[in-house]
Design a protein around this ligand. Structure first.
Ligand code: HEC
Ligand code: HEC
Length: 378
């Protein structure tokens, strides 16, 4: 090998090395963390014009993980950090996007290495005020603290062992300080990760919609002066037991659910084999019972239901109007006076559009763009 040639080879090797190093740097330090000097205040109080007592009764905050602004801040960073997935391609926010009410517009979300999730992503707003013991569509997780670590290890989601997460986090430049502020020690543990992710999730409270504005000025059953006639009709129908009885299952002013229920979605023809809560309890009486997230911001986050089968709110309401499928576990609200038959509410087209329009009043633009819930990375 002539001197010149060796020289060129060496030079090329050096170039490749430099290029590779750059790659490593840009994938591990994906982006720069930018947090304000003073810690953000995440405390929210539920105003008295909402059914506050009923809402507060559902608070699932455990006594050993009471909200603290520094812990929520750490949770926010973890929520948006791609370090939590094996190939650093996904964060929690990949499937729970703020502008879509912390859900995702895909029927099933893209997970690790081209795999998709088994169910549609759930909207996270107001999860704090859902009674404990039933998280995920099928109610299989009993606490949020327990729930939030599952996507990290799930092979179709982030596919990373919790030990590796702890090691990775420990070796970053920014986490030790955040752990110190949150927990008084920079030691990283899975319990602390779970607690802070749970606290950030619980901090996502959405109570700034036109419905809230209306309630601040009127009684719930009066027409709201900030609603159109169609929206007021939809509101009246939503609370009417003879018109779908939406409020019988989606209750409190946050429109949450208390226990998994079967709302009569068709499964035979579509061959949807998801048995829901039955998988958890082993009882056929729980066949196809599911939990729905808070209906706040529902209009901005199609598609709907655990499998994302409906792409519009009109389709959802039409389902309740005349497509309810009977099964033993069908919820009593949706059985007719002959319990072996499903109810038909037979809503007309105006009523269907009106309920859909009312659901549109639950959109909270401030929440969907609030900087304190947005990515802290730039
Ligand atoms: C690949 C997409 C994906 C990623 C990444 C992901 N999730 Fe989810 N999340 C889902 C899906 C899908 C469900 C519903 C799963 C089910 O019911 O089986 C869900 C459900 C949840 C729920 C339950 C909500 C409820 O109302 O019961 C919480 C809380 C949650 N995710 C938080 C997180 C956190 C925190 C992270 C990051 C550590 C995360 N998710 C990462 C897709 C994802
Ligand atoms: C028997 C209880 C029950 C009644 C009554 C009921 N729902 Fe539901 N709703 C559910 C359940 C359970 C789910 C979740 C089902 C699933 O995903 O498999 C759900 C899901 C939804 C969703 C989709 C939520 C999401 O995040 O994808 C919307 C929207 C909705 N319901 C609106 C309504 C409206 C409007 C009415 C009245 C016309 C109504 N519901 C009546 C139980 C009920």
């Amino acid at each position: 090998m002539s001197f010149e040639f060796r020289h060129i080879v060496f030079f090329l090797a050096l170039l490749t090395l430099v290029a590779c190093r750059k790659d490593v740097e840009s994938s591990s330090e994906t982006s720069i963390l930018k947090l304000p000097e003073n810690v953000i205040d995440y405390q929210t109080s539920i105003p008295s014009y909402l059914d506050r007592d009923l809402i507060l009764l559902q608070d699932n905050t455990p006594v050993d993980n009471v909200q603290d602004n520094n812990v929520v801040t750490l949770g926010r960073v973890l929520f948006y950090d791609k370090l939590l997935s094996v190939d650093q391609s996904l964060s929690c926010a990949s499937c729970h996007q703020q502008q879509f009410g912390f859900s995702d517009t895909a029927r099933l979300s893209d997970g690790f290495a081209g795999q998709v999730t088994l169910r549609h992503s759930m909207a996270l707003a107001n999860i704090r005020f859902r009674p404990g013991a039933t998280f995920f569509w099928d109610g299989r997780a009993t606490t949020i603290e327990h729930q939030v670590l599952q996507p990290i290890e799930d092979p179709t989601e982030m596919n990373l062992s919790l030990d590796s997460v702890v090691t990775r986090i420990q070796s970053t430049s920014y986490y030790p300080d955040l752990f110190e502020k949150a927990f008084g020690s920079d030691e990283v543990t899975r319990t602390k990760i779970a607690r802070s992710l749970a606290q950030f999730t619980r901090a996502l409270i959405s109570i700034g919609s036109r419905y809230d504005k209306g309630l601040s000025m009127h009684r719930r059953n009066e027409d709201f002066s900030n609603f159109t006639a169609e929206e007021n009709l939809g509101k009246a129908l939503f609370f009417n037991p003879d018109k779908g009885f939406c409020s019988g299952c989606h209750y409190t002013d946050l429109f949450i659910m208390d226990i998994p229920r079967n709302n009569g979605l068709e499964w035979e023809v579509s061959n949807d084999l998801d048995v829901g809560f039955e998988e958890v309890t082993g009882s056929s009486l729980d066949f196809r019972k599911f939990i729905a997230p808070s209906l706040r911001n529902i209009a901005v986050r199609p598609p709907y239901m655990h499998d994302g089968r409906f792409s519009t709110l009109e389709q959802v309401v039409r389902h309740y109007s005349d497509e309810i499928h009977w099964s033993v576990s069908l919820d009593n609200h949706l059985k007719s006076s002959d319990p072996s038959k499903a109810k038909r509410f037979d809503l007309d087209d105006n009523e269907i559009s009106a309920i859909a329009a009312f659901l549109g009043t639950l959109t909270d633009d401030e929440f969907l763009h609030d900087e304190k819930f947005s990515s802290p990375f730039q």
